[in-house]
Design a protein around this ligand. Structure first.
Ligand code: MRU
Length: 350
């Protein structure tokens, strides 16, 4: 089976609806900003980089049929941006992508409205293409941290379904498998939404990478048994001090890894760093419907009329992170310095 998150044919954005994986392969068509908003909001597409690329196309689809002059078009683009930005709160890649499209459109010298639409469309395509390259670089850099026989643990899904290409944390496992002998993965099922069991297990299986699926609460035991050489996770938002928001359960893994002296790495594009957020406690954490906790796989598992809590992400403090793997290299501590250096360079080159 071919695994991808999205495809854009120049006019329509096609998204593989991840809600039904691994059992049903269903592609949906997004023809306007509302379709893209719903796809992100309802988690038909998820994973920070994939959400960013989808939102970039959403910006184009939101103004594609607009009639008026270029000033009015830019005003409309601003509304589309605000609308798409509200689809999910934690992954900064969404806002990063819409901001980039908005800036390019505003700074464009093109006044003809059709020309301006092309500028917006081309920037969205560029964002997708860059994500493909970024993934490969992250994976290559990350693979240098591993060797033959390593067992790499991960949570959630950060592969082709979560990006436009090869994956980030998943890509590190994938590249290590290509380079070294006897690489295998340990995958947390990732309750409550089961991205590990449904999506990462599917991707690893399709690629023939050996792995063991465990429930989240088995993590400590497998580390204690010496079955984990290193942990690699993705990121939804990284503060400038290195604190990292990622799928809920990541913090638990970082604490366990620290106790067992197992290296814990974050793998993410520079676009996941939020230059406006100084520390992790300032990152907004999405809270989702409690039905995801009181049910599993669509079946109710808890008594009715009880309280539950469903934060979708948690924040891992920077002191528990050994290094942050980016497309610009492996960022070492102190992260404040390495992050500010890499962000400055990134801005200078844009
Ligand atoms: O709620 P999700 O499935 O969008 O959460 C995804 C994650 O937490 C990923 O680890 C993160 O976005 C990085 S994906 C390359």
């Amino acid at each position: 089976m071919e695994i991808y998150s999205l495809r854009f044919d120049g006019e329509i954005l096609r998204i593989l609806d991840q809600r039904y994986l691994p059992f049903e392969v269903l592609e949906i068509e997004c023809r306007n900003a509302k379709d893209v908003f719903e796809a992100i909001n309802e988690m038909k597409i998820r994973g920070a980089p994939a959400i960013g690329v989808a939102a970039a196309y959403g910006m184009y689809l939101g103004i594609k049929s607009f009639e008026g002059n270029s000033v009015e078009l830019l005003a409309r683009l601003k509304e589309v941006k605000a609308y798409l930005d509200s689809a999910r709160p934690t992954a900064i890649n969404l806002r990063w992508a819409t901001e980039r499209i908005f800036k390019v459109a505003n700074e464009s010298k093109v006044e003809d409205i059709n020309g301006l639409k092309e500028v917006i469309k081309n920037e969205a395509i560029k964002i997708e293409e860059e994500d493909v390259t970024t993934n490969l670089r992250i994976s290559e850099y990350g693979s240098t941290l591993f060797k033959d026989n390593d067992r790499i643990m991960t949570i959630c899904n950060s592969g082709a379904l979560a990006t436009a290409g090869y994956g980030t944390a998943f890509g590190v496992i994938r590249r290590s498998f290509e380079k070294y002998k006897d690489i295998s993965a340990v995958v947390l099922e990732t309750r409550p939404y089961l991205q590990g069991a449904r999506l990462t297990a599917l991707e690893l299986k399709e690629l023939g990478i050996p792995f063991k699926l465990i429930t989240d609460n088995m993590s400590g035991y497998v580390m204690q048994k010496g079955l984990v050489s290193g942990v690699v996770v993705g990121a939804d938002r990284i503060a400038i001090n290195g604190d990292t928001a990622n799928k809920v359960g990541t913090y638990m893994l970082a604490v366990l890894a620290h106790y067992h002296r197992i290296p814990f790495y974050v793998a993410a594009p520079i676009s996941s760093i939020d230059p406006c957020v100084n520390k992790g406690s300032d990152i907004p954490i999405e809270e989702r419907n409690i039905d995801e906790v009181t049910s599993c796989g669509g079946k109710r598992i808890a008594p009715h009329n009880i309280e539950a809590y469903n934060p979708a992400f948690d924040v891992t403090p920077e002191e528990l992170i050994q290094a942050i793997i980016t497309e610009r290299g492996i960022l070492e501590k102190p992260f404040k310095d390495s992050i500010s250096k890499v962000c400055e360079k990134d801005q200078g080159e844009r």
